[in-house]
Design a protein around this ligand. Structure first.
Ligand SMILES: Cc1cc2nc3c(=O)[nH]c(=O)nc-3n(C[C@H](O)[C@H](O)[C@H](O)COP(=O)(O)OP(=O)(O)OC[C@H]3O[C@@H](n4cnc5c(N)ncnc54)[C@H](O)[C@@H]3O)c2cc1C
Length: 375
């Protein structure tokens, strides 16, 4: 199997690089093990305070609706965080006063939405909150098992019932100016959050739930579809296990499923395997390493310096990452590999010029794609 470019990892950075390269006429493949950070996504692309038109267009063309208004967003705990480029269903507020009286509505039996914490957090900031539960008969089957009553399953059930949700919330509404609902709408039909907003005579805010994140899963699906529509090959559920590297050049990679069929790239490979969470970086009691190519990793040798004893404090290990040249070519034994680029959170904080979190994933992926295209 031979492509122009082979991308290892199909999270945000792999998909952004893949879409950009396919659009420019390259033949690419993405090999991806599975779950990625988008499945846990808050809906806000951190460090993209001033997104370029190129980034907005990339999302628009994929059907991912985004917006940015300077301000703050509500967290699932009822606190507020500085906002950046966000999915359309994430509300951004000019200040932390989102309303005077707030109705928080959850689904009966849904434990991944912290309605009481949310109320407590908002009440600390002077808002008056009432928590109520919806009991839709259509959710009865899911309610019988807590493992079924999860965000994505709820979204599949309630999206077609959005009018009923609106009616029920209207019945619960008294004199509140704001209604908060869990972010479990618009998985397949992106118009649902907007329709719910229009149907309820109060400001409607969707607040985060425990993973999986419905807005994040939807974003991943839309980006993957866009990549595939552009002709990209997405090898889902496969894992790159080793690479054939000779004299500073990567020739091919081997995967678990393809066994002896090596995947070759005539122009370049991109490593976008994420951080510890996605096993792009692995930590054992002695070292932090990159498991596919054995690349150079920037980390502290003294294990005691990996952690900050303050749980809430900045954790040094979160900054460790694969070393790369200024062009984002991966370094191995101090030397850049000639055709292996690195993008996304596997870089850790080694290249702060690309920002952090999702902003870093997007900006480093675009940079790497441009390098491959000779731009
Ligand atoms: C739990 C979590 C929540 C986050 N939430 C936010 C947020 O709300 N906002 C924000 O701005 N940032 C967030 N981040 C930061 C996050 O790093 C970025 O948002 C971004 O999505 C990372 O994208 P990525 O493509 O670099 O890596 P990932 O999304 O981690 O994707 C890497 C992919 O590579 C695959 N992979 C790994 N090894 C192999 C292999 N050997 N072969 C094949 N595939 C492989 C993995 O399965 C995974 O699918 C979050 C991070 C985490 C861990």
């Amino acid at each position: 199997m031979k492509y122009d470019v082979v991308i290892i990892g199909g999270g945000l950075s792999g998909l952004v690089a893949g879409i950009t390269l396919q659009k420019a006429g390259k033949r690419t493949a993405i090999i991806s093990t599975g779950q990625n950070a988008l499945h846990f996504f808050s809906g806000t692309f951190e460090s993209l305070q001033e997104p370029s038109q190129r980034i907005k267009d990339l999302f628009l063309e994929a059907g991912v609706r985004v917006h940015y208004n300077p301000g703050v967003r509500l967290t699932p705990m009822g606190t507020f965080k500085e906002a950046a480029l966000s999915l359309e269903d994430i509300d951004l507020f000019p200040s932390e006063k989102i309303g005077k009286r707030v109705l928080i509505v959850n689904f009966q039996g849904y434990h991944d939405f912290f309605s009481s914490f949310l109320a407590e957090g908002l009440e600390k900031q002077g808002m008056q909150c009432r928590v109520r539960f919806l009991n839709l008969p259509e959710l009865e089957r899911l309610q019988q098992s807590p493992s079924e009553m999860r965000s994505v399953q709820i979204a599949r059930t309630v999206d077609p019932l959005w009018e009923k949700v609106v009616q029920e919330v209207r019945l619960l509404l008294k004199d509140e100016d704001t209604v908060i609902l869990p972010q479990v709408f618009g998985l397949a039909d992106t118009s649902v959050p907007g329709r719910i907003r229009q149907g309820i005579p109060a400001r409607v805010v969707f607040a985060g739930t425990l993973p999986p994140s419905v807005p994040g899963v939807r974003t991943q699906i839309l980006l993957r579809k866009r990549y595939q529509l552009l002709g990209g090959t997405y090898l889902m559920g496969d894992e790159v296990v080793r690479a054939h590297v000779h004299e500073g050049v990567v020739h091919s990679v081997a995967t678990k499923n393809l066994d002896s069929h090596y995947v070759e790239a005539s122009e370049a490979f991109i490593l976008s395997t994420g951080s510890y969470f996605s096993k792009g970086l692995v930590a054992n009691p002695f070292r932090v390493y990159e498991p596919v190519f054995g690349l150079d990793v920037e980390y502290k040798e003294d294990r005691n310096a990996w952690y900050n004893p303050s749980f809430a404090g900045d954790q040094p290990y979160m900054h460790f990452g694969v070393k790369a040249s200024a062009d984002l070519l991966a370094l191995k034994d101090g030397e850049p590999l000639q055709n292996l680029y690195v993008a996304g959170s596997v870089l850790g904080d080694t290249h702060p010029e690309f920002g952090s979190a999702a902003g870093q994933a997007i900006q480093s992926a675009l940079f790497v794609a441009d390098k491959i295209l000779g731009l």
